[in-house]
Ligand binder design. Sequence first.
Ligand SMILES: Cc1ncc(COP(=O)(O)O)c(C=O)c1O
Length: 96
Amino acid sequence: MCDAVHDAAHFAVDVRALDCDFLLCSAYKFYGPQIGILCSRPGLLDTLDTDRLRTQESEAPYRIETGTLNHPALMGLTATIEYLAQWSQGKHAGRG
Ligand SMILES: Cc1ncc(COP(=O)(O)O)c(C=O)c1O
């Protein structure tokens, strides 16, 4: 588990190079809305025995959500990433 809350605001985080199972960060740290971000190793979320609302989808990533997704924040997050990606330079330019 890698807490990238501080790094994500200052560096392009390469989750493959870190080789971690989970990486967390918070969008408001890089001018985005108040929403947390969880990046999981592919397939790993489906193996976790988590509490889940019966009405929620059984597959990841929905199985760890407790209700309706925060669509306005997700739209804001997408816009933030699009905005920042245009300023990226060097080896990790773009959204990757
Ligand atoms: C290193 C670190 N991890 C986690 C958090 C928690 O992030 P959030 O405010 O989104 O709960 C913070 C908050 O500043 C932090 O500094």
